[in-house]
Design a protein around this ligand. Structure first.
Ligand code: LLP
Length: 411
């Protein structure tokens, strides 16, 4: 994925995303600011489509990674469908122009009202994670005219994913049905007369660093498919991006997975989130204070854990660069936000040029996925604005929140 960073560049000592100068974006829109590169999104989807072209998969972008309306519109244009987890995400996906039949509704705790909302909006694909949920979906579907397809999310007890909080396919995780439960449904689909039992769904974890876990899941699916033929195999998301550790290119996953599923003759579905949007997004932040302590140097910046929680929550490592290309000796810095918690940091022990000073801008990379999407108003802070860069043009795609937004919900 290294080449995905190609749309960040220094030109005459100044940092650019595509053709837009970052210091000019900071002036125009303020900081902290999420900045997205349209070219990067389009190219990561194209590269993924090419890597899996042999099996012509259905690709449903996982909106939980980033559900900005305008980014969803771009993803729709690339040919993706959408994977949504709530009426909220479904509403945004429909507003972005996704057709209801290109949307799958997933989630471990879909309430009756939420399933009903999806059905009313025309969603006809559901990933189901428990037997009571399947019974509810069957009952609610009896009123529907069209066919409603249920995919059974199988918990295969496979370890995968970058951090224990984002590994989902182990027996002790809350997700999915057991194999015995899945078999009981596949054996007797007539128990659910208002549903088509379409096949299996796996989502093993996120930031999976090799094809092996997918191959294990495919083996499991193949075994069941031989006994109880079904039409769809949804392998979820989880494809990795390069943060600190260089990851295998998507072609490595493509080759292994295509090879394993081709002979099964199933329709494959994927739900990538991070892989499409993480490398396209950056968090632009300004240094408020530099604190030189005898044993440590802090850069206190205007973005905090409420804007990007991944370092605090998962100890995730994000690339941090200076926006001005500074030369000379480097020193180790801790980049921290203004939030009143010691867990509020964006980077630790980062080597940055020692000439860095207050007022300088920093750019935090790979922030497009689970960045803005997980932001909050903690400490009474306003969520940042989001800007889309396309070549030399930039446009605001979500306004910065205002103080009025903070008080308007109170009764
Ligand atoms: N499908 C399902 C059923 C999922 O639960 C997820 C992510 C995806 C697809 C998309 O996974 P991806 O391709 O993005 O890995 N907040 C965490 C990641 C949580 C992932 C939750 N589920 C993070 O910042 O690393």
């Amino acid at each position: 994925m290294k080449n995905m960073k190609k749309y960040f560049n220094y030109h005459k000592g100044e940092g650019f995303i595509e053709g837009c100068r970052l210091s000019a974006l900071a002036e125009k829109y303020g900081t902290p600011l999420y900045v997205y590169s349209e070219k990067t999104i389009r190219e990561s989807v194209q590269r993924f489509q090419k890597a899996f072209s042999k099996i012509a998969p259905i690709i449903r972008y996982s909106c939980k990674a980033n559900s900005n309306l305008h980014l969803l519109k771009i993803l729709k244009e690339t040919g993706c469908g959408a994977d949504v987890i709530s009426p909220g995400e479904l509403t945004i996906a429909l507003a972005a122009g996704f057709a209801p039949q290109d949307i799958v509704m997933g989630g471990v705790g879909k309430g009756e009202d939420e399933i009903e909302f999806g059905l009313k909006k025309g969603v006809s694909f559901f990933s189901v994670e428990s037997l009571p949920e399947l019974a509810t979906l069957n009952r609610l579907s009896s009123k529907q005219k069209g066919e409603i397809t249920a995919l059974l999310r199988l918990n295969p007890d496979i370890a995968a994913g970058g951090h224990r909080y984002i590994s989902t396919g182990k027996r002790e995780d809350k997700f999915g049905l057991t194999e015995a439960e899945v078999v009981s449904v596949l054996k007797k689909p007539s128990d659910f007369p208002h549903l088509k039992i379409g096949g299996l769904h796996f989502h093993l974890g996120s930031q999976i660093d090799s094809p092996e876990p997918y191959l294990k899941a495919i083996k499991e699916a193949e075994r069941l498919h031989k006994i109880y033929p079904f039409q769809f195999l949804d392998l979820g998301g989880g494809f990795p991006v390069t943060y600190d550790k260089e990851m295998a290119g998507i072609e490595v996953f493509g080759k292994a997975i295509c090879g394993a599923v081709k002979k099964m003759g199933l329709q494959i579905i994927f739900e990538p989130g991070r892989h499409f949007i993480a490398p396209a997004g950056f968090l632009l932040t300004r240094i408020i204070y530099r604190k030189n302590r005898p044993h440590k140097r802090f850069l206190v910046v205007d973005a905090g854990m409420n804007d990007l929680i991944r370092p605090s929550l998962y100890e995730a490592w994000h690339n941090i660069r200076t926006v001005r290309e500074l030369k000379g000796k480097k020193n180790s810095f801790e980049i921290v936000g203004p939030v009143c918690e010691s867990g509020d940091f964006l980077g630790k022990e980062r080597l940055l040029p020692d000439t860095i000073k207050e007022g300088d801008l920093l750019l935090i990379g790979e922030a497009g996925a689970y960045g803005f999407a997980m932001s909050s108003n903690y400490n009474g802070r306003l969520r940042p604005a989001e800007v889309l860069v396309t070549g030399k043009k930039s446009r605001i795609i979500r306004k910065r929140e205002t103080l009025a937004n903070l008080t308007e919900q109170f009764t």
